[in-house]
Design a protein around this ligand. Structure first.
Ligand code: PGA
Length: 257
């Protein structure tokens, strides 16, 4: 089955609104097509203005996080229904920076995935192992455990909206990328795991790779059968580099057809 690939930009805590608007205007010239869909996740404060600029284009708006509850006395938090109302389509959940630096537990991430789905949005759930875990050959076990804890009890009907991002923590922002073969092995494992949970639905789900994706390695990664796109951090902050990644994705997908 040919899955339309997704290339999502994760700006993390970069870009003031003034810096974001010119980049958004450039991004709005890109076209999401039948082969590749594009999404951009700016910081919360830039979501509304960037969304306005992107609206006429086919580039989707994504958020980097949300709270698990829909409203209430949670100072400083943003809920999934707020993001839906703003025109977001995707929400990144369980990024390793959230897990490691902000202490987000598997059970909290599970609640967030459910909240995103209930709001009618598409979660991009991040999973991945540390360097130590990889060196101890625990990668597949760690990823399975995260999936189990983050997706338990979710029906295949709702699960059809899920996007997974496999992000080996040792490859994020380090310039080290998993080889295409290393990534493919984990992606195939994830799809097999999802098949156990949801059967045929697993074939339509997109599994993105993230971790130092750049124009020079994107095509080789996305040419692999179970790599259906990329979650791009650092390289998404420069228009030329990001648009080259999208071209590479389209090329890889055209060969997969
Ligand atoms: P990177 O980040 O591309 O800068 O490695 C990827 C991510 O954290 O999503």
């Amino acid at each position: 089955m040919l899955r339309r690939c997704l290339v999502a930009a994760n700006w993390k805590m970069n870009m003031t609104v003034s810096q974001a608007l010119p980049l958004a205007a450039q991004l709005a010239t890109l076209t999401s097509g039948p082969l590749a869909e594009i999404a951009v996740a700016p910081p919360f404060v830039a979501l509304f203005p960037v969304g306005q600029v992107l609206r006429p284009s086919g580039v989707a708006l994504a958020a980097q996080n949300c709270h698990a509850l829909s409203a209430g006395a949670y100072t400083g938090e943003v809920s999934a229904p707020m993001l839906a109302d703003l025109g977001c389509r995707y929400v990144i959940i369980g990024h390793s920076e959230r897990r490691q630096l902000f202490g987000e537990s598997d059970s909290f991430i599970h609640e967030k995935v459910k909240a995103v789905l209930e709001a009618g949005l598409y979660p991009i759930l991040c999973v991945g192992e540390t360097l130590e875990e990889r060196e101890h050959n625990q990668t597949l076990e760690v990823v399975s455990k995260q999936l189990q804890a983050n997706l338990a009890g979710i029906s295949s009907g709702l699960g059809a909206k899920l996007v997974i991002a496999y992000e080996p923590i040792w490859a994020i922002g380090t310039g080290k990328t998993a080889t295409a073969q290393e990534a493919q092995e984990v992606h195939a494992h994830i799809r097999g795991w999802l098949q156990q949970l949801w059967g045929e639905t697993s074939k339509q789900l997109r599994i993105l790779y993230g971790g130092s994706v750049k124009a020079s390695n994107a095509e080789e990664l996305m040419a692999k059968p179970d790599i259906d796109g990329a979650l791009v951090g650092g390289a998404s902050l420069q228009f030329a580099e990001f648009s080259a990644i999208i071209e590479a994705a389209k090329k890889a997908m055209a060969h997969k057809k």
